[in-house]
Design a protein around this ligand. Structure first.
Ligand SMILES: [Zn+2]
Length: 431
């Protein structure tokens, strides 16, 4: 976008309760609804990354979900399995997200367009006919020879390019307001009101912890372990220790597009209510009348993390002036240079495999700050909390996947995400 051109905005007509500072309903055109629906294709990590950029992030108003994302970003490289994995964690995106967002009037996605890289060694894969590993991360290592995949390739043709008490009020809505709407969708039951009157007293208090529904542990067999330290005399949660699988699971959850998270993982679990309503709205829209096609509707509802252009892509390499050149192409037929090689592209997903080193251990605070665990972590944390060593007890707590999702949901509204569910569980087990 031209930096000098004015920021695109929607005009939204809202019926507002003046005294209660509450939005009653809104009238919007398809541009606004397109932007709203596009949110469902974002992974949670993208949303958290964007929320961190709000001019006034009001992080205290979005519970401690932001802490979780920031902690994961801050994890030292020595705890990550590779630089590529750290990159994947910091750049959660899908091509799908990019395709959809590029066409929006107001696009809140500020990520760089996806770039593609192939192995730096011309002879390793392309000449041998084994296929050209393709990555969107220049820190990735070639799966054939192990060298850096840092040769940038672009599409040769343009096919990949961009193409009473109440009153009626009109509001201009730009990217910042959409981010506030997102923040509201995570932390409030009234996201539209949140967007218009951020911090308004009427907005349900985020500290009012909602009673979690019965979590259906039978729905999944996967359980994760936490070693939880509580204060004996007060049953107060102090901190938890976790192996890499618990933290890796949190990273993985944050990479899943919202629709998939809500439509598949959160089925029947009452969390992220506003986002679930948005998901239902998309499900209920009739194709033809309101939604352009079944394909688009399915894409919005099941945006599996497609990371590469799904069309057949070839890597086209040739020598010229003593060095080799490479491009991506969708055409398999052209042949107009000497020593040219066509290879199928083998997309290498930076998120595949382990994010964290298997031996890594972590400490988690109640507000979801995650730090690497050292032999001094426990003692220094007890000193900080002013709890004597003889007043603590340690419990091994098994947590189901659904319960972890409940913790994530709670973390968007509370600063004590872990203690609310875990301490209750420990007390129930003790009795
Ligand atoms: Zn290679």
């Amino acid at each position: 976008m031209d930096p000098d051109s004015p920021e695109p905005k929607f005009t939204l007509k809202l019926m507002v309760h003046k005294q209660q500072k509450r939005v009653i309903f809104a009238e919007a055109d398809s541009n606004f609804v397109d932007t709203l629906f596009s949110i469902m294709t974002f992974p949670m990590a993208s949303i958290l990354r964007l929320l961190l950029k709000l001019p006034n992030p009001k992080t205290n108003q979005i519970g401690c979900l932001i802490n979780l994302y920031q902690s994961l970003c801050d994890l030292p490289m020595s705890f990550m399995s590779s630089e590529e994995k750290k990159w994947a964690l910091l750049n959660p995106r899908t091509i799908l997200l990019e395709d959809i967002c590029r066409k929006l009037k107001v696009n809140i996605d500020d990520g760089k367009p996806t770039e593609y890289f192939i192995c730096q060694d011309f002879y390793c894969s392309r000449v041998s006919g084994a296929g050209a590993p393709l990555s969107n991360c220049d820190l990735a290592r070639c799966s054939h020879c192990g060298k850096r995949m840092n040769v940038k390739v672009e599409f040769e043709d343009s096919t990949s390019g961009g193409d009473g008490d109440n009153e009626n009020r009109s509001f201009d809505i730009g990217p910042d307001q959409i981010l506030l709407l997102l923040q509201g969708a995570l932390s409030s039951k009234n996201p539209m009101t949140w967007m218009l009157f951020p911090g308004s007293n009427h907005t349900p208090s985020v500290s009012a912890f909602r009673q979690e529904p019965e979590l259906k542990t039978a729905e999944t067999s996967r359980n994760l372990m936490l070693k939880v330290t509580i204060q004996k005399s007060t049953s107060k949660f102090l901190f938890a220790e976790a192996h890499c699988d618990f933290v890796a699971f949190l990273i993985e959850i944050l990479q899943i597009p919202l629709s998939s998270l809500i439509g598949k993982l959160l089925k029947g679990v009452s969390v992220f209510q506003s986002l679930k309503l948005l998901f239902s709205s998309i499900s209920d829209l009739t194709v033809g009348e309101y939604m352009k096609s079944h394909e688009l509707k399915n894409t919005l509802l099941q945006p599996d993390s497609v990371l590469c252009n799904p069309k057949s892509t070839y890597c086209y390499s040739y020598f010229k002036d003593g060095s080799f050149h490479a491009h991506l192409t969708l055409s398999k037929t052209r042949k107009d240079r000497d020593f040219e090689v066509f290879s199928n592209c083998l997309f290498k997903d930076s998120r595949e495999g382990r994010y964290l080193k298997e031996s890594a251990k972590f400490m988690l605070t109640d507000d979801l700050i995650i730090t690497p665990l050292s032999s001094f972590s426990s003692t220094s944390m007890l000193g900080k909390l002013k709890v004597p060593l003889n007043d603590v007890e340690v419990h091994d707590v098994s947590i189901s996947v659904q319960e972890v999702l409940g913790i994530l949901d709670a973390s968007s509204r509370s600063s004590c995400a872990l203690s609310k569910s875990i301490v209750k569980k420990i007390i129930e087990t003790k009795n």
